[in-house]
Design a protein around this ligand. Structure first.
Ligand code: ATP
Ligand code: LTN
Length: 351
């Protein structure tokens, strides 16, 4: 007798990261580090979300460069092109199409409640419509791939919630089309704070030079930033984010860098002054980032190889996104041309 045992399918993993500015230790903690660990367990897609980057003021020449910078950093932090699909959002036109179609099932009121929109719009002379509709594009990114798991930092929780609402509303209105994705958040380091203003998140676009640690900072630059990190007037290394945001942030950072539990770090530094503790945190980050920076420099030097890898990724991504975008058009009632994309294309994965 033959049995046809089907292998359990791996969860589909998807995340996106913007090619703007220099990537920070916060991005490492909530982003890169989680991409590498989820790549081990799932069928993973990582997208350089260049279409998202045009929602705030930007320079076209810089965007081109920082797209390759980010591709090099994704591989330098441990993504393996054999196992993960790394690609650029604008290379797969279904992303822009999905955003428009999903705008029909996205609530204007919910978009207005997004904290990232409010923070980024505040005090600007010009606020683009794209900054407002940004979460719809992100929902499309995720839903096109029938994603199970989305590794992200805490700041993206609200956007993921919106993506889930959009998926459910579409499924309800037009018939089952999307998987409803879940988030993967780090236990420690889901929200790394600014070193100078520890009640605000360390941000690519909003932090000051001294407040953010960049993945390409020099060892001495890193040491200096930690030495001048804002703490409090007590002399106790204790984890208490409400009362001691600066010290708690440093404990989280060191725990991320060394994989040691926070309680153990508290014990180790119980009798040290803040100066000794800050130096130790800085040194642990130097140790974490030095090999990454070296690998980044080597990978970034070969642009053709980076472009080749992104080309391979885009081809795979297009193939995987195609059945979903087709199903979306179909279920929403669009008459499809006989040539080109076929009416009644393959059903999306698992539905
Ligand atoms: P901005 O700071 O301008 O809002 P960003 O750095 O959040 O931009 P991305 O580079 O696209 O935007 O973020 C990539 C990933 O890094 C996301 O999953 C995000 O949640 C995570 N991330 C960003 N900042 C932090 C932080 N301070 N702590 C933990 N995770 C973070
Ligand atoms: N909005 C996210 C970037 C992003 C993303 C995504 C993350 C765009 N599309 C899809 C996860 C899944 C940010 O600002 N960090």
């Amino acid at each position: 007798m033959t049995t046809t045992e089907t292998e359990p399918t791996k969860p589909r993993v998807f995340s996106g990261i913007q090619p703007t500015g220099r990537k920070t230790l916060g991005n490492y903690s909530g982003g890169f580090r989680q991409y590498v660990s989820t790549q081990e367990t799932g069928d993973a897609f990582f997208c350089i979300v260049d279409l998202h980057s045009i929602t705030v003021d930007y320079d076209p020449a810089e965007l081109r460069e920082s797209t390759l910078d980010l591709a090099a950093m994704l591989f330098a932090t441990g993504l393996d092109a054999q196992r993960s699909t790394v690609f650029c959002q604008s290379h797969v036109t279904a992303h822009a199409e999905a955003a428009w179609l999903l705008s029909a099932v996205t609530s204007y009121g919910q978009l207005g409640r997004m904290t990232q929109f409010k923070e980024k719009a505040e005090g600007r002379d010009f606020v683009s419509a794209g900054l407002f509709t940004y979460p719809i594009l992100m929902a499309g990114d995720i839903l096109l791939y029938q994603t199970d798991l989305v590794p992200i930092g805490e700041d993206q929780r609200q956007h993921l919630e919106l993506a889930r609402d959009v998926a459910e509303r579409f499924n309800h209105r037009f018939g089952a089309t999307f998987r409803v994705p879940g988030g993967v958040f780090p236990e420690i380091g889901g929200r790394i704070m600014d070193l100078q203003e520890p009640t605000k998140k360390m941000s690519t676009t909003l932090s000051s030079e001294q407040g953010a640690v960049y993945l390409t900072d020099s060892p001495d630059g890193i040491r200096k930033k930690f030495r001048s990190a804002v703490t409090d007037s007590e002399r106790e290394v204790r984890y208490d984010p409400d009362a001691k945001p600066g010290i708690s942030n440093l404990l989280e950072i060191m725990s991320v860098a060394t994989a040691e539990p926070i309680a153990e770090l508290e014990r180790r530094f119980a009798d040290s002054g803040y100066g000794t503790f800050k130096d130790a945190v800085g040194e642990s980050v130097v140790e974490l980032l030095t090999p990454i920076r070296e690998s980044y420099d080597a990978l970034r030097a070969d642009e053709r190889e980076l472009q080749r890898l992104l080309g391979v990724g885009a081809e795979k991504a297009r193939r995987v996104a195609e059945p979903t975008i087709e199903a979306m058009y179909d279920r929403m009632g669009f008459a499809r041309a006989a040539a080109g994309r076929l009416f009644g294309a393959a059903r999306p994965r698992g539905l």
